[in-house]
Design a protein around this ligand. Structure first.
Ligand SMILES: [Fe+2]
Length: 203
């Protein structure tokens, strides 16, 4: 795949990510357990989230190329909530979460950050991401200001730094399905934002 890779900085600025090609070729097929091992090695040896993501993205692309079973999951959004999650990997005391996430078309998420590095690879549908930065005012320390947006189509990968603030909207005529990967969450710095009230709440 030659689709673009994107990164959203902590200030909401979104730009192309300059990924780092692995030094050695991956075993083929590149199965989930091999990906997890490589991921653990990267997280153990690299502490900078930006550098981690530059190395992780090519591995995710290899995994997705070699894992057509992910699209056979038939994950569908819950008709009541508009979304659903299938956990692919989540081990206690191991700081990684891997999920498939489905959003019903027309559904809009809260405005939020994740409090950890993250990565979303779109497998189906069209997803609009809007980005904000913090813009503290004397009486509203959690006020935010919109800074841009990015439309994701199938094959796009969007990475987040821990404080990047975004909101997603499932566009088009079909649900979105994405492969989501998150690092260890700092729950004290994970918020949902209300730009009308100028407030933020931990979640
Ligand atoms: Fe998010």
């Amino acid at each position: 795949m030659n689709e673009p890779d994107w990164l959203v900085e902590n200030d909401g600025h979104c730009h192309c990510l300059d990924t780092i090609t692995p030094e050695k070729e991956q075993f083929s097929p590149y199965r989930l357990y091999r990906f997890l091992t490589d991921l653990e090695n990267i997280l153990d040896t690299i502490k900078d989230d930006y550098l981690r993501l530059r190395k992780i993205v090519p591995l995710v692309r290899q995994l997705l190329n070699d894992s057509p079973w992910l699209l056979l999951s038939m994950l569908e959004p819950n008709p009541t909530t508009g979304w659903d999650i299938m956990t692919l990997y989540d081990e206690p005391s191991f700081p990684l979460t891997i999920q498939l996430v489905a959003w019903k078309q027309g559904t809009i998420s809260p405005i939020h950050n994740h409090g950890c590095w993250g990565l979303v690879a779109l497998l189906s549908g069209v997803e609009k991401n809007r980005f904000w930065k913090r813009s503290p005012q004397p009486n509203l320390p959690d006020q935010i200001q919109e800074v841009g947006e990015q439309i994701l189509t199938v094959g796009d990968i969007l990475c987040f730094m821990p404080s990047a603030i975004h909101q997603i909207e499932a566009m088009g005529n079909e649900p979105t399905i994405s492969f989501n990967l998150y690092g260890e969450t700092d729950f004290d710095s994970r918020y949902e934002f209300d730009p009308i009230q100028g407030t933020a709440q931990n979640f």
